[in-house]
Design a binder for this molecule. Structure first.
Ligand SMILES: NC(=O)c1ccc[n+]([C@@H]2O[C@H](COP(=O)([O-])OP(=O)(O)OC[C@H]3O[C@@H](n4cnc5c(N)ncnc54)[C@H](OP(=O)(O)O)[C@@H]3O)[C@@H](O)[C@H]2O)c1
Length: 178
């Protein structure tokens, strides 16, 4: 377990996270929260990294990628997959963790999607999980894995609301007894 490595996700009450390679909802407060936790560093000269699967990368509108002020890492098994200058492409999660273990990067966030979450959820390096709980049930085709047996709740924000949708921000740590 390592406090530098964590997972960030927003999921609904069915653990749904996506539909047709898009987010099923639009919550500006969650996008703001995501930007804040993945961008903030304690040392101003340092940057964090975000690791995402190739499909999640493609789900980000071209004008919004790479995500600014963060090292963007795209996982793909295709060695010829084109990524823009300044974006890193890796062929496995372990290789990525190994490369990021040392060096100037402050924190490393796994930002989806389901395929990557499934591989990361029980990974020994993961030290935290930031989960936005959206208190609604959407029509989804992609789901976050069943995480509760592996994590314990550390904190939860008050319930907030945007356009009638209620949500809260939760932080979990790996459950060492699990
Ligand atoms: N709600 C949220 O917080 C949230 C966050 C992120 C994404 N999403 C949603 O999740 C959905 C996308 O998730 P997804 O599961 O379909 O796709 P994904 O996890 O984003 O990407 C899957 C791709 O990643 C690559 N990959 C997976 N494991 C790998 C490994 N070990 N090594 C190297 N490459 C690997 C493969 O790319 P190649 O096929 O190129 O080899 C695979 O096809 C979208 O709907 C998106 O909007 C939601």
């Amino acid at each position: 377990m390592n406090d530098r490595f964590g997972i960030v996700v927003a999921c609904d009450l069915n653990r749904g996270i996506g539909k047709n390679n898009q987010l099923p909802w639009r919550l500006s407060a969650d996008l703001k929260y995501f930007k804040q936790i993945t961008s903030t560093t304690t040392e101003p000269k340092k940057y964090n990294a975000v690791i995402m699967g190739r499909k999640t990368w493609e789900s980000i509108p071209p004008q919004h990628r790479p995500l600014p002020n963060r090292y963007n890492i795209v996982l793909t098994r295709n060695p010829n997959y084109p990524v823009p200058q300044g974006v890193f492409r890796f062929a496995s999660l372990d290789e990525t963790f190994e490369k990021l273990q040392e060096g100037p990067i402050e924190q490393v966030f796994i930002i989806g999607g389901a395929e990557i979450y499934n591989q990361a959820i029980q990974h020994e390096r993961i030290g935290f999980l930031h989960l936005t709980e959206i208190r609604h049930r959407y029509d989804c085709d992609t789901f976050f894995p069943d995480y509760k047996q592996f994590f314990q709740l550390i904190s939860s924000s008050e319930i907030q609301s945007e356009n009638g949708i209620e949500f809260c921000f939760k932080v979990y740590k790996p459950n060492l007894l699990g």
